[in-house]
Ligand binder design. Sequence first.
Ligand code: AMP
Ligand code: TRP
Length: 332
Amino acid sequence: MSRIFSGVQPTGNLHLGNYLGAIRNFVGLQDDYECIYCAVNMHAITVWQEPNELRNNTREVAAAYLAAGVDPEKSIIFAQSAVHAHAELAWIFNCVARIGWLNRMTQFKEKAGKNRENASLGLYAYPSLMAADILAYKATHVPVGEDQKQHLELTRDIAQKFNNDFGKEVFPIVEPLIFGEATRVMSLRDGSKKMSKSDPSDYSRIALTDGRDDIARKLKKARTDADPLPETVDGLEDRPEAANLVGIYAALSGQSKADVLKEYAGSQFSVFKPALTDLAVEKFGPVGEEMKRLMTDPAYVDDVLAKGAERASAIANPIIKEVKEIVGFLGA
Ligand code: AMP
Ligand code: TRP
């Protein structure tokens, strides 16, 4: 049977990219698959997090899942640190993954920046923990944004090497699920950079909690070129900012980019931006509102997380036991 696993880091500033690239896609999968959605707080601490903010941001990720429409009765929502299997399997995978594989990870290079010697060891081992997240449940499919593709390839390599080393088909070879018209939402200030939680400029991203005024202000300021919108998707080539806004419109309205251009070909951004603002407020606004409401009821969110952790452990515990026995850990 297929099983879905995905995670979002509780590092604050959840944005439109997180929503369109990942969280929104989680919702539709619930009807057909067993789904497990995690707030990956162990990944978050690979860079410094203030403990109270980490607690709050962990609830916020859970609230975002719920507000987007993940049903806690059907799907499992939990915090990574509450299930032992993640850390245990990550250690085993640290001994399976090769340093050369990790050296190729572009996210590490970006996040560590110039001062690589000073990055945490956890940041370097991050993809090995991510493989453990997924494979502790023998999940088969992982819905994510495009930026996670390389990490999922590493997950496949780790599964394959483990299976080979121990001569047993223990772990499935996972399939990424990267879909929709906005798998890589770009910064509103710079069409060559992805929209990210850590961009110092608030104007680079639309936050999940932004209201109409914020959304309108940010889209008005969003960088564009001076030309009207083209007639075809090919006409968006070499126009990264225009392509980004059309992609966001398409994703929010559930159309293809070609359909959006049929309606808006020849329009100036002075027309398109207000239309996009209205659409964003209509589709995205209620999610932010519900998330804010849920954050006023932390006891409810904590209860969802606690029940989720129990259900997650019930799946992961027998798998980690099996793996420890295969590895040769006595008293597993
Ligand atoms: P993170 O913010 O790194 O925890 O990412 C959580 C999820 O959101 C992952 O599935 C990412 O691939 C996705 N994501 C993050 N940023 C973007 C973006 N700019 N566009 C599309 N998906 C994104
Ligand atoms: N690395 C992912 C990100 O930054 C978050 C993540 C951690 C994840 N573990 C995962 C995503 C397992 C999917 C599956 O976006």
